[in-house]
Design a protein. Sequence first.
Length: 236
Amino acid sequence: MSSVIKTQGEIRIAYLDSKAFADEKLAPLVVCPGLSETAEDYLDFIKFMLPRRTIVLSFRGRGLSDTPIHGYNLNDHVIDLEQVIMDAQLRELHLMAFSRGVSYALGYTRRNNDRIKSLMLLDYPLEHRSMDEDWVHDYIEHYLKPTKRIELIREEAVIGIQRDSTDEELSIAFNKPVLLIYGGLEGSLITTEQLERYKDSFNCIEIVRLENSSHNIRDTEGAKLNQSIKEFIDKL
């Protein structure tokens, strides 16, 4: 697995790429991790998806990427994704995203629709959400520190994400295959209303409900999740 650092101006964005082990005839898969996730969190997934080339980035402030003081709005994250895809020289790709990464993936697709062969969106609404100031302390003290993830996303990034966050609808015109996977228990970010929005927004959508999961579907039903993704993308 190769680890690559892409310099975007003065900001370095790190990503993992399985190109050296992949079948070049298969369209590559690019992954947008969740809010506090890093590329390294997806090492097992990258191996599972072989021989398909899979690329996973660590957005700014996470993992081995740089942590600027400013620049954490939706567009800044979309630029990180654009730069990695450009650096990897991808002309077409499948795009997958989990949690907050879904809004970054949708923001990218809105500007680069022709490049995307399919979307795989995991447990997040069709929107970019703002966070109030209380969220910063709660997220750091009650999630990042107890789960020891504070080393994976810096406090400066959490503060910047809150400060620069805005509410934005992200329904897009996309007529190619879409896979929505969401948790069936309380705590999932896909409500009944959000599910209907997905159905109304995409005319070629496949939906998988993981009955034993809330939001954190990658931990609770990872094997079923990964198999659903592989089956979906392999038949395209």
